[in-house]
Design a protein around this ligand. Sequence first.
Ligand code: ATP
Ligand code: MG
Ligand code: FE
Length: 345
Amino acid sequence: MPILTIESTCDETAAAVIDGDCSVLGECIATQETLHERFSGVVPEVAARAHLERILPVIDTAIRQSGINPADLDAIAVADRPGLAGSLLVGVIAAKTLAIAWNKPLVAINHLHAHLYACHLSGVRDRTQSSAYPSVGLVVSGGHTSLYHCRSPLDLEYLGGTIDDAAGEAFDKVATMLSLGFPGGPAVAKLAAKGNRDAYPFPRSMIHQPHFNFSFSGLKTAVRYAITGPGQQDFASLKLADQVKADVCASFEAAVVDVLVGKSCRAIRETGVRKLIVGGGVAANRYLRERLNDAAKKDGFELTIAPAELCTDNAVMGAIAWEKIRRGDFASLDLDITPGLQRGF
Ligand code: ATP
Ligand code: MG
Ligand code: FE
């Protein structure tokens, strides 16, 4: 029998009905991009309120699409960590309420483990690829940039991560400086394709340091100084030529990708694992995908990047809940959220 998965960690309200073989029977995602665009970032209170309005229609749509009766669900799974507190609360309370109303067991999902499990799903679905585990996992998203040694879907050892901004956040901030809208990743990537990657010598922070941490805040500042000079903050009034914007985007993207590829390859060498899996919104970036492919060929490791539609937030990657169900690892009805500001998720 299938399960219902619920995702509301940030600004996507999503639900899916997923069978034990990971086939998707129903799915619905409501994005909030237009709500947050004028603030150039996700406003937590606005996100929570929007989740509240959308969560039941989204769940209802996914269940209707699946054609199943809620009585036939095996369990209700929900991402309880990490994320924005108000956003997480809406999903967790909805899941607990339905678990009580329909008398179903509850399963808690770690959203970052789910981002990596998206890599596993393509292999499970077409039955041609081997398991995505054991592997080195790179989560590169709006809120996180982390490397893990993934022994299995639920057994992950944190190797390191960003000490300040996430890579996706840096993409979004650079997009704001160039008035490219929100979320900025896809817009920066599109312009970057027309630019010169060597136009600006932006920093590759920590690239040669023998650990797995990242830092992107200095890069962000370097981009700012490159386009405004120190002191000026008024990005909206800047009149930059299209080619300058494209060159900034291309040079910025190259700096981010150099560090992500460099650190991932270091993790492969040092763990001795021969497989890299990559998930999260920034994994949709075409230049990153190309460079990872080149590195995998050169260094001789296997690479699985999450399918593009499963990179940004979705409830299908909540299929990881099946791994917990098979272990009998259920959550109690007093499940609480873990927004998770401490490192190491
Ligand atoms: P987290 O998973 O850390 O809680 P999140 O859920 O908000 O954060 P995701 O939905 O996984 O993050 O990813 C959103 C991020 O991905 C945004 O910062 C967005 O700009 C970035 N992004 C999306 N597509 C691309 C792209 N093609 N190139 C670069 N960045 C991208
Ligand atoms: Mg989002
Ligand atoms: Fe996410």
